[in-house]
Design a protein around this ligand. Structure first.
Ligand code: 5CA
Ligand code: ZN
Length: 427
């Protein structure tokens, strides 16, 4: 699938972009609950970020997640690393098919139109594109191959049809992975509740364990399907899609497996278990599991299923500066849950105006400490509120200082720092 255009290289961190270089990045790992080094000391870091299910346009929650891991990429590049970044698109799944049926739109057209909006939103928000951007539809052979491998390894079983369901849906026995549960460390009751809430089917009769996730769903009338040898005609389950794509395009262990916190269980737990069985000698699946916080609107998690959305495309159409949207996101810590309000956006707009005024002054206080502080904050669990506060303090000092500042290049350095490391383009 076509990715989206990369930002102008002159606006990105990398050799020669900023004086010196960034520190080794540490991130909070959901699995260990600790701050850990993310990526190698040198060479290439690998990143897998779960992509959208394209049945509605990009909302601020999605944007928050993709901006979070864009900051990681920027910090890695600033520390001298190359990055291989892969993202999927869940362009066949129940919620997409249900929305298409409910609105009378062809499911493939719905997906294509929403993916295109997502590309435009990501471009506007200066989010670096993945090198591999893969939809399930185009990866269906890869995914069904992984399901057949699991079957051959004894880590998949067919469920007989009952209650109107056909025979032959294939499930993964969570008991096949001795390390099952070690990504999320949740108790069983919580796992069962989250599984029911997030796309699982704990009540489906005939499963060995209610938690076992679907690997392959045989075709139902009116649903799309693909031939897959002994699996029969059907479509992939959700978790195995990301595992198969990550194994093929990144290999294991992946340095960072990322997504919003609602993906910790079951999605990343199940995906890891699939990988543990498929690649027993390259465990763990990921060295670090990173989960961004949830953005809420009117007190509830913003979600396509609830419909309480602020869409990036709508803000753009209303003439909002995408840099203000990005700064509104960046002003929050990537792991915190927060609420989108008009006030959040207004604050970001004012901040951009203040930073721009300060950066345009003919002389300002030394900016080298600002660059150092932004780097230090980013390297320590992508602490963007700390980085923003450092720029704020410099801008306040620059604007308050009537004539005693001498550094003519300070404004330019702060502008380049904010552009390259925070991805915020000042006017
Ligand atoms: N296609 C799957 C991943 S393989 C999926 O979860 N798609 S999604 O469209 O529902 O979500 C895309 C990403 O946005 C996920 O990482 C999800 O955790 C994140 N996300 C969804 N809603 C919010 C929200 N309200 N706040 C923050 N992140 C969110
Ligand atoms: Zn995923």
């Amino acid at each position: 699938m076509r990715s989206w255009p990369a930002p102008d290289p002159s606006t990105l961190p990398g050799p020669g972009a900023l004086p010196g270089r960034g520190e080794r990045v540490h991130l909070h790992d959901s699995s260990s609950g600790r701050l850990q080094p993310a990526g190698p000391e040198r060479g290439t870091a690998t990143l897998y970020v779960c992509g959208i299910t394209p049945y509605d346009a990009t909302h601020l929650g999605h944007a928050n997640t993709y901006v979070a891991f864009d900051l990681l990429q920027r910090a890695w590049r600033d520390a001298g690393l190359d990055v291989t970044y892969v993202q999927n698109v869940t362009d066949v799944d129940d919620p997409l098919l249900e929305r298409a049926a409910a609105t009378g739109v062809d499911w493939a057209e719905l997906a294509a139109s929403q993916v295109q909006l997502f590309r435009e939103d990501m471009t506007a928000l200066s989010v670096l594109p993945p090198q591999q951007y893969l939809g399930v539809v185009e990866a269906v052979d890869l995914v069904s191959g992984a399901v057949r491998e699991l079957l051959a390894a004894g880590a998949a079983y067919r469920v007989p049809g009952t209650g109107g369901e056909p025979d032959g849906d294939v499930y993964f026995p969570v008991a096949a992975d001795p390390a099952f549960g070690e990504v999320s460390h949740l108790d069983r009751a919580t796992m069962l509740a989250l599984s029911a809430e997030r796309g699982g089917d704990p009540d489906r009769p005939g499963k060995r364990d209610p938690l076992d996730p679907l690997l392959w769903r045989v075709q139902r009338p009116g649903e799309p399907g693909w031939d897959a040898g002994e699996l029969g005609r059907g479509r992939p389950g959700w978790h195995v899609e990301c595992t198969a794509i990550a194994l093929q395009h990144l290999g294991t262990p992946v340095d960072v497996q990322a997504g919003g916190s609602d993906l910790l269980f079951p999605h990343h737990e199940m995906g890891a278990s699939h990988a543990h069985v498929l690649r027993p000698h390259a465990q763990p699946f990921a060295r670090l599991y990173a989960h961004s916080g949830m953005v809420a609107l009117d007190g509830e998690k913003m979600s396509k299923s609830r419909g309480n959305l602020v869409l990036v495309s709508r803000l753009r159409a209303a003439g909002e500066d995408p840099a203000a949207v990005r700064l509104a996101i960046v002003s929050h810590h990537w792991r915190s849950d927060w609420e989108w309000t008009d006030g959040v956006l207004a604050t970001a707009r004012e901040r951009i105006a203040r930073w721009s005024r300060a950066a345009a002054l003919p002389a300002a206080p030394d900016a080298a400490p600002v660059l150092a502080a932004v780097r230090e904050h980013l390297a320590s669990d992508l602490d963007t509120p700390g980085a923003v506060a450092a720029v704020d303090a410099w801008a306040d000092a620059a604007l308050a200082d009537a004539g005693s500042a001498v550094d003519e290049h300070a404004g330019d350095l702060v502008r380049r720092t904010v552009t390259a490391l925070l991805g915020v383009h000042l006017p």
